[in-house]
Ligand binder design. Sequence first.
Ligand code: HSE
Length: 436
Amino acid sequence: MTPIRIGLLGIGTVGGGTWDVLTRNREEITRRVGRPLVITRVADLNTELATSVTGGQADVTNDAYSVTRDPDVDIVIELIGGYGIARDLVLDAIANGKHVVTANKALLATHGNEIFAAAQEQGVVVAYEAAVGGGIPIIKALREGLVANRIEWIAGIINGTTNFILSEMRDRGVDFQVALDDAQARGYAEADPTFDIEGIDAAHKITLMAAMAFGVPVSLDDCYVEGITKIEQTDIRYAERLGYRLKLMGLTRRRDEGIELRVHPCLVPGSRLIANVEGVMNAVLVEADAVGQTLYYGAGAGSQPTASAVIADLVDVARLITADPGHRVPHLGFQPDRMGDTPILPMDDVQSGYYLRLRLADRPGVLADVTRILADEEVSIDAALQQEPGEAEDQADFVVLTHITTERAVQSAIQRISQLESCEAPVVMLRVERLG
Ligand code: HSE
């Protein structure tokens, strides 16, 4: 049995996990593939680390191009991250006729169209199961398992760091900064957590899933992105009282007019399974016309869970190596010449339920003013609660949940409410996704 020879670029957390799992499960994997998968070359700037992980069983170098250009390498795994050198290396590997496996969502969300086109041209595969949801086989589900369906929408908790922070805020009653410090102390959040807490990492992932679900090009620039840095304890508590949990969600939905593509915190009914996904875990809920709702849950990051997805891709590619390129699973699940051009909708046209927290003067007629504005904008109230003011207070919190309406109508209502003399603080707005 001729082995499949693999070049690994980057042997950090995920690369080390990939080495470990491939070594530990070598026999089982070989039984599944029919040929051994062997990492023969490893490129890492830290050659000492690479040598210690591989124990001298692979050729170690600090020159990644010597791997992407090595005629004896069949598949290149890119685990360097980012979109500078990683892009150059992936394109170089493709140009040299290598199949590529990558966990790099930032790279694919930013340069995916270019990379997939180059791979198509060269007749090689770029596989990226580990780029979304860590060890959860969601790419497999979207491109293959659900292929019979028209996918209607996807809602995902696809960033473990922010889910951990929101879980901590709810469970321990701590503020955002305390929960973030905790996430960093536990090694969940990076030293620079911007990509996670500002929703950018989740945007990379939902953008890729939207392209696969609807057969449209990858369009990160059209994704609306809002993180969790402004989330207050008060709103987590009011959400709970109304029966909702606050989650950072990646959402994409097909509508007649176009596709919604967005990442933001939102209230989800506490009775939904996905609302109960806590800590660093990830989950993706898919609504499709034939199967209905399916939910995929698991570890969204970490050395071995992500390695599980990387190796699944290696196996897929190994099985496909002898297949006619025209009969492989297309990169985005749709044939490249049959991609659609459905536009991504601007945020104003998005439809959602809304949570509004208003700080209002506690005197007669104030609520009437607010409800009149909502009625004028055709925003219908679904539920409301008013917090009794403290003894010495002359202001009260008024919280409204709306039925589904457009972002444009709600923003217009917020602007008008903010101008009321009785409105004592900026209006807090969060979106509500009932996921029915
Ligand atoms: N930083 C990500 C998370 C994992 O917290 O889920 C890698 O995408």
